[in-house]
Design a protein around this ligand. Structure first.
Ligand SMILES: [Zn+2]
Length: 295
């Protein structure tokens, strides 16, 4: 192949969306790039009320998350990725919640099972909403700046019923299972449907990207309230394939040590997770029994 035809091949491959993945795999985490092995502020981590310090944060201010926007979905060989098909100045923005300044949404992607664990519990699905500091202009500019990137993580909990808001997205993800790199359009996406209704409770710590090159200085916000999803819906993610046509059964990075890092938690007055509800029911029952046994 001559140099000119090689360039033509590369250009054609990029245009066709073929050269979109790098060579790392989830089975090969021990050989990820040096920062992933040597970094001291890596993600994900195990979260619990035991390790976190309670802290007051201002409320988040969200703008543009409730708008109906067109999006483009892709199987990038490591995850299902969702990008909003809108101009930069229309992108949803967050501020408050202990963030310094305004952050714009770059994209969303999913991990099955969850990367972060809470109280030793690994959820079936974790959504990452990746934001960059607005004044940096792009994720590429922000990625190496401390606090340049802020990721929101949303946990999904198994429910007997399908989540209807999820269906249009899942219909497309199902079509992308064996098709790495090919973008498909979704006409109507409301990002807010993929956030818990109550954003008041969350963990906050400084960590890294959870994929190579594991860049540090990332501000993590992991909401304590969850979104329901059915086992059948999770299965659609679990049947995604890599660019080598292997089933991507799990795409989470193993837990990383805290190395003395501070983890903060803001406790929401509304706790909706099934585990908390179950714990409250037991507590209520105990109070009732004690009350009656004293009569
Ligand atoms: Zn992620």
């Amino acid at each position: 192949m001559t140099a000119a035809s090689l360039i033509c091949f590369i250009v054609a491959s990029v245009a066709a969306g073929i050269v979109t993945t790098s060579s790392w795999t989830y089975q090969d985490q021990k050989h990820w790039s040096p920062q992933c092995q040597e970094g001291r502020l890596q993600s994900p981590v195990a979260l619990s009320l035991g390790v976190a310090k309670e802290k007051e944060f201002h409320h988040f201010r969200l703008s543009g998350y409730g708008r109906v926007v067109p999006a483009v979905l892709k199987n990038n060989g490591h995850s299902a990725e969702v990008r909003l098909n809108i101009s930069q100045n229309e992108r949803p923005e967050i501020s408050g919640g202990g963030l310094s300044g305004i952050y714009q949404l770059d994209h969303l992607h999913f991990h099955w099972q969850s990367e972060h664990v809470m109280e030793d519990y690994r959820f079936p699905l974790e959504l990452h909403l990746v934001h960059y500091a607005k004044d940096t202009g792009s994720l590429a500019n922000a990625i190496n700046l401390p606090g340049g990137v802020a990721v929101f993580a949303v946990m999904f909990e198994l429910s007997p019923d399908d989540d209807e808001e999820f269906e249009p997205l899942l219909t497309i993800i199902e079509k992308l299972q064996t098709s790495v790199g090919t973008p498909m359009a979704l006409q109507h996406l409301v990002v807010k449907h993929f956030l818990p209704r109550d954003l008041a409770g969350f963990y906050r710590y400084e960590g890294s990207l959870t994929t190579p090159d594991c860049n540090e200085g990332i501000l993590w916000t992991i909401f304590t309230n969850t979104i329901p999803i059915s086992a059948n819906q999770v299965k659609i993610f679990e049947e995604m394939q890599t660019d080598h046509h292997e089933v991507l059964r799990k795409n989470y990075r193993s837990l990383q040590p805290l190395n003395g890092r501070e983890v903060s938690v803001k406790i929401s007055p509304i706790r909706s997770s099934a585990k908390t509800t179950a714990a409250s029911s037991v507590l209520l029952l105990t109070i009732i029994i004690l009350t009656f046994s004293n009569v």
